[in-house]
Design a protein around this ligand. Sequence first.
Ligand code: ADP
Ligand code: MG
Length: 726
Amino acid sequence: MHNLRLKALELLMTRQPKKAEVPHSKISEYFGELTFGLSAMREYLTSEANKSLVESVHRGQRIKRLEADQVAAALKSWAISRGVTHYTHWFHPLTGATAEKHDAFIVPSGDGKAIENLTGGELVQQEPDASSFPSGGIRNTFEARGYTAWDPTSPAFIIDRTLCVPTIFISYTGEALDFKLPLLKTLSEIDSAATAICKYFSDDISNVHSTLGWEQEYFVVDEALYQARPDMMLTGRTVFGHASAKDQQLSDHYFGVIPSRVMEFMKEFEYESHRLGIPVKTRHNEVAPNQFELAPVYEEVNLAVDHNQLVMHIMQKVARRHNLRVLLHEKPFAKVNGSGKHNNWSLATDTGINLLSPGKDVNSNFRFLTFMAVVLKAVYKHADLLRGAIASAGNDLRLGAHEAPPAIISVFIGSHLSQVFDELEKYGTIKDDFKSQIDLKLSKIPEIKQDNTDRNRTSPFAFTGNKFEFRAVGSAQNCSSAMIALNLIVADQLKEFKKTVDELISNGTDKDKAIFQIVQGYISDSKLIRFEGNNYSDEWIKEAESRGLSNLSNSVDALRSYVSEKTIRLFEQNGILTERELYARYYIKLENYIKVLQIEARVMGDLATNHIIPTAIRYQNTLIENVKGLKDVLDNKTFVNISRNQITGIKAISDHINQIRTFVDLMTEERKKANNIEDLETQSEAYLHKVLPYFDQIRYHVDKLEVLVDDEIWPLPKYRELLFSR
Ligand code: ADP
Ligand code: MG
């Protein structure tokens, strides 16, 4: 008998933890050894080239061609001395993954041999055939090529004997085809806008950058079980599966002892991450069984984003060596916790100040208050964009269910700060000592920050003492999307803030009073976005509605914010993306949504028709044979008594089979209709409103069959096996 599930379960009995392949040395001895970071640069570059490279890194500027040749030569020697044979530009196309195209270092030397080479030109620019990457209609076939250009702010690194050079990806007509280019632009906007505000408070700050610490959640399952679930292999999640008798009710997994097979896997991928200079720091079990979390020390946003993309890749690769699979999907299992990727975000100055951390003196508390008010106002104004930035079919399944924040964007700032804000709003006419009063109110916050009782875990966007935590981001997503939106709305608001304050000053208002007046206005304007209560409750949904906050529960509605007039103006005025580029992104995201649902619908149909129904029929036949046999051996009266339940069971199975067939057929019909729709918006709506509703209906009957049919012939690994096998 060919039952992959049973084979997998047998294999599980013999699995042994595979020891992590890591050296017995201190982390500091190998940290960053595979990146062309500062120490490698010092060793391989002339001090002049080094200096100008470091400068362009700090200013986020491209380096000159002549320097590029020098850097290329240095990179080449550095890489070759580490056994590298190939190089690639490494970029973030709009698929959400990363892409690379490897070229060997060699050039023929004319005598039938070859020499290693890498020129400055090859370093700074490459032309991958871009026609298969999503472009949302930006690129016609006649202009199919795009090019990648080096981003010196993220160091080159080595993976699998290949030198990877982080790059941006642009079409020949100059449009961004990736996440990195707009991200870098928003970082530069944040820098100039925030620095200008800092100048109101002190002269010594000349640079501001935003910081990101992501917390990556994921599930781990055994390789053999994974192979026995075609839905996991093709969609990253289970489309069927009855709840396990036990899942996360007892909360006994959270922060528990990490299972040893997983522990060995973690040690090994952390080692590989550390060699690549990724400062991963924290590991622990998450709430759901077989769910885990990993978090690094925060870094500058661009670097942190690259590192997260790399980590997701490394985890998956290392897991295979341990006969495990990592599930990055936002909702691999229905009815248990999904996986998010909290984006902890803040603003830091070149002088080492965290602008979202309350300060030690009057002036820095005033500055803190200013930045807080600006962030609140920005989020209030552009909540829809933040929601759109984290929209995906996978995240739709997670948001608003099982300890995940709802689709309503609101901000939690804690009871203490709320009280301060409320008081400041009603402060009345500005008195001369208002700054010391602000100080009095804010100076207590650093102590309160440590207090975990003042932490609302249910909020999608929470202030956690010295940073904001954007929790609605999905585990599989590229953080760029969320970071572009957040950096941009804050930069834009900072600029507007400066403009209005300067107007007041030029009309003769005292600088501090002008700042305070605008801050007060922002606090009062953004009041409706603040929510301190339980974001999971039904009351909040009602209240949010009465406040006029949007609750966009699906991606199709949420993504529209990408092309609203307000968003287009925001992106264009700040020079981040044009209307055409925004539409391209919107269409790419819609298309992705449609394709995900299309694949899931097909997988459901296949599994139901080819795995579930045949199994149910087989079991049903066994029951029928049994009833027939009973009839042969029993007298009629006993038989009638005994067989009643049996026959009801047979009928129930028939009924489920019948319903599954009907719904699969109806779903297929709707899918065909939807596939014929040309317009992406209409097509995505058809998938959302006509195809998707069948998912739950089909699943309901399949999951019922799972508990009726003989365990021994059920083809798909069950939830208890996927969630509890170690
Ligand atoms: P938790 O949210 O689980 O309580 P922590 O608050 O310790 O965990 O930190 C979570 C993440 O926030 C870590 O990746 C950490 O590096 C990051 N973080 C801390 N400070 C900042 C900051 N100023 N900017 C961005 N991220 C930060
Ligand atoms: Mg957190």
